[in-house]
Write a protein that binds this ligand. Sequence first.
Ligand code: GDP
Ligand code: MG
Length: 174
Amino acid sequence: EQRNRVVFLGAGGVGKSSILKRFLFSTYSDSYQETVEDLYCREYVIQGSDIRVDFLDTAGKLVFPAMQRLSITTAHAFILVYAVTNQNTFEEVKRLWEMIKEVRSNYEDIPCVIVGNKIDLEDNRQVEKFDALNWVYNESNCGAFIEVSAKNDECILEVFKLLMEKAKNPRAKI
Ligand code: GDP
Ligand code: MG
């Protein structure tokens, strides 16, 4: 049986855990609980085959840089998250992508989705959708892009649909 590891990366507080919990448990909380590292294992039947997916939820890099590097090494797919309300977290996604390129020679074959979270806070937006789209599709060519709100359950399912689309690439290992 094949095991596939989907790794969530991004600055602390952008909503990685919230997106994952929305998707897996249909829950959301406004209180912030910092993650060290959590692994959630699920089994799906996709087009007749049993697929095992391990979702790895990580901490922000400043706390555990070695763990972050290891999580990049072991990933079959990436979900890179920033908050549209914080430009620094978008810069962190760019930095993470550079790190992925450095660590994984086959990075072009690894499914990756870039997620801009917290669009319910439109009044506090710092990262324009146009700029994010431009970086994802024109500059980095690193994957698919979507804006979401874990709080309002907006487009959360789409994140995982996009990842599945990317994974259809025969060279992807998921
Ligand atoms: P992580 O550190 O990336 O895992 O971030 P968390 O999922 O723990 O979320 C950090 C904080 O942001 C928590 O207080 C969440 O309730 C809040 N949060 C997460 N997603 C959203 C969202 O879509 N909108 C808003 N307004 N807050 C969010
Ligand atoms: Mg977390």
